[in-house]
Design a protein around this ligand. Structure first.
Ligand SMILES: NC(=O)c1ccc[n+]([C@@H]2O[C@H](COP(=O)([O-])OP(=O)(O)OC[C@H]3O[C@@H](n4cnc5c(N)ncnc54)[C@H](O)[C@@H]3O)[C@@H](O)[C@H]2O)c1
Ligand SMILES: [Zn+2]
Length: 356
């Protein structure tokens, strides 16, 4: 088992990663069991796949455990579902000692983490990610949240879990397109932080069927943990994790949520950002091409008929556009991300041509 530590003083926590780790979850959770109430927050399909088995295993070890099921999709990250979770926690007679297990993808993780951070002013929770995106990204770093009509993730907290338990074998049942989308974030880690890793990913993508997920998850988590340990609240370094996200978020909003997956949108966003970095003379043509070729190895949905003007309003709304200045993540070389404030509207619009 590989254990990576997120170093945040008293709020430090481990990320345990290993194929087949599922069967060891009770052992890993045992030391935090003091007879309190445990609640799995998950979705029905995931309870059928993994949750009921986990509950049975934990009950065998005398855990006092129940579960709460939330709907599938982004709709679960709503005030209504948040309120439902709060009511159910109360009905189960949960108290300040209760521990939550967030079993699912980013949707479950964000909602369950937010619920844990607010129920009785905060109770402990573990992230048990089941999608690739959640394994390498959303389960680490303590960003929790829900959506309101005015925007995605508008309400939320920074609230670190007690630990993250990752079994890459969970990916065996995940829809292929969800896996591909998660790979977008994996490519991002190589692009912003580790050129050797990017090269490995690029080679692995030549034979996607034998992609070594366990290895890739470990490396990605290590990078994210390192960045979070240095900048928990996104005041500097953590912003680099937004590489590809300014344009990616705009594509998601413009096309409509559900039309394009987050990881797919940011993969396209990274292609545009590569082009912009080259245009700013920060990235060589050779390196920009390499990034592009790597991303093109992912079978992404084709983007048609995007006019720069249509995207601009979404880009302006992006919260990274602070006080009128767009903090845009560029590459100063493969594996070396930086913030640029020199990216013009025109450049953003022109960059979209790499998607056609
Ligand atoms: N907190 C953060 O730092 C952070 C970072 C990135 C994204 N996010 C959030 O994550 C969310 C997206 O998460 P996601 O991409 O994991 O999507 P998701 O949670 O909606 O999961 C995708 C689908 O796959 C199903 N599923 C999950 N695991 C499965 C498995 N092992 N086998 C079969 N089916 C499985 C789910 O039930 C769901 O239908 C967004 O709401 C986004 O805002 C948060
Ligand atoms: Zn992302």
């Amino acid at each position: 088992m590989k254990t990576i530590q997120v170093q945040l003083g008293q709020r430090s926590y481990p990320i345990h990663i290993k194929s087949g780790l599922f069967k060891n979850f009770p052992d890993l959770l045992m030391e935090t069991n003091h007879g309190q109430k445990w609640i799995i927050i998950s979705q029905h399909g995931l309870m059928e796949l993994f949750g009921f088995e986990l509950m049975a295993k934990l009950k065998e070890q005398s855990f006092n455990i129940d579960y709460i099921s939330v709907p599938m999709g982004e709709a679960a990250k709503s005030m209504k579902e948040f309120s439902n979770v709060m009511s159910q926690l109360t009905e189960f007679e949960c108290d300040r000692s209760t521990t939550v297990l967030a079993l699912g993808g980013g949707v479950v993780g964000d909602l369950a983490g937010f619920a844990a951070s607010t129920f009785m002013r905060g109770i402990e929770y573990f992230q048990i990610p089941t999608t690739l995106l959640a394994m390498v990204d959303s389960s680490i770093g303590g960003k929790t949240g829900i959506n309101i009509a005015q925007g995605k993730n508008m309400i939320g907290t920074f609230y670190q879990p007690k630990g993250v338990l990752i079994d890459p074998d969970f990916l065996n049942t995940l829809h292929r397109n969800e896996v591909i989308a998660g790979l977008g974030e994996v490519v991002k880690y190589g692009a912003i932080w580790d050129a050797d890793f990017l090269q490995e990913i690029s080679d692995w993508l030549d034979d996607i069927v034998s992609f070594p997920f366990e290895k890739a998850v470990k490396r990605s988590c290590k990078i994210k943990a390192e960045i979070i340990s240095l900048d928990e609240r996104e005041s500097g370094l953590r912003r680099l994790l937004n590489f590809g996200h300014t344009i990616g978020h705009a594509l998601e909003s413009y096309l409509g949520y559900g039309r394009i997956r987050h990881g797919e949108a940011i993969a396209h966003g990274m292609q545009c950002s590569g082009w912009i970095s080259e245009r700013l003379n920060l990235l060589s043509k050779e390196d920009a091409d390499y990034l592009n070729i790597t991303i093109n190895k992912l079978p992404l949905p084709k983007i048609k008929n995007i006019h720069g003007n249509n995207l601009m309003s979404f880009i302006k709304m992006d919260k990274k556009s602070e006080k009128g200045i767009l903090n845009f993540v560029v590459l100063k070389g493969l594996g070396k991300a930086a913030i640029s404030i020199d990216v013009s509207e025109k450049m953003l619009q022109q960059s979209l041509k790499v998607l056609h």
